[in-house]
Ligand binder design. Sequence first.
Ligand SMILES: Nc1ncnc2c1ncn2[C@@H]1O[C@H](COP(=O)(O)OP(=O)(O)O)[C@@H](O)[C@H]1O
Ligand SMILES: [Mg+2]
Length: 263
Amino acid sequence: MTLVQIRGVTKAYYTSRRKDRARVVLDNVSLQFEDNEFICLVGPSGCGKTTLLNLIAGFESPTAGDVFYKGTKITSPSPERGVVFQEYSLLPWMNVLDNVKFALCSSDLSDDEKDNVALRALTMVNLSDSAYQRPNLLSGGMKQRVAVARLLAMDPDLWLMDEPFSSLDEQTRKKLDDDVLNIWRIKKKTIVFVTHNVDEALHLATRIVLFSQSPGQVIKEWNIPTTMSRDPTSSSMIALKKEITDAMPACACADICPIDIRM
Ligand SMILES: Nc1ncnc2c1ncn2[C@@H]1O[C@H](COP(=O)(O)OP(=O)(O)O)[C@@H](O)[C@H]1O
Ligand SMILES: [Mg+2]
């Protein structure tokens, strides 16, 4: 079943107060995500990956084109489409349990039931011992585990994950990647996962979608069968990594351009 259909989507932002100038950040993007796929979106910084996730989440709307979820046009956020953000998104004045329960605020469950669902989700991510702690006492990896627990509690069919572990150390990132992979396998979710790390994409994805430099367009897609070895030292993985890396456009955005100190 097709879960997400992105049809001819262009997104532009006004860059002047009088709205007479705009910058196109996504240019005529068409993509389709099927049930139970694990899609990794890769591409240079600033090419519109976060913008695309925001459009699927329903936080933003396209300038042209449409995004559909299960055949219905997306016009607003929905608990069917859960998001894990790149930056920690916990509310500092609430303990961990209440942060997870917050994701259930639009559900009909009683407070006790919400407690149970949230505690079960925290147990699944090994954080039940921290349920009554404030987020400021947690490490970065633990904070992102709480974000994953939120999605487990909400139980959306579609998980949108925007470089969720990119600020963590390599070892913690790999552990959390494997945890997400297990959740995907066991709970049969559809995951759209943004990363700039080709190794991470090769480890996780059943399909990798590569974007061009800004304005973002789809350059190429690779299907990776679940039966294919994910051993990074295998000849098939080395060849695929080279193919993707060779096709990867250089980043031309302001945040990595060298600063001209003569100015
Ligand atoms: N709300 C906004 N208003 C104006 N420009 C934006 C807004 N959101 C993103 N952009 C611009 O759109 C471009 C793409 O951003 P983004 O989707 O965050 O890229 P990526 O996630 O691939 O790094 C960037 O140049 C960014 O500055
Ligand atoms: Mg981004």
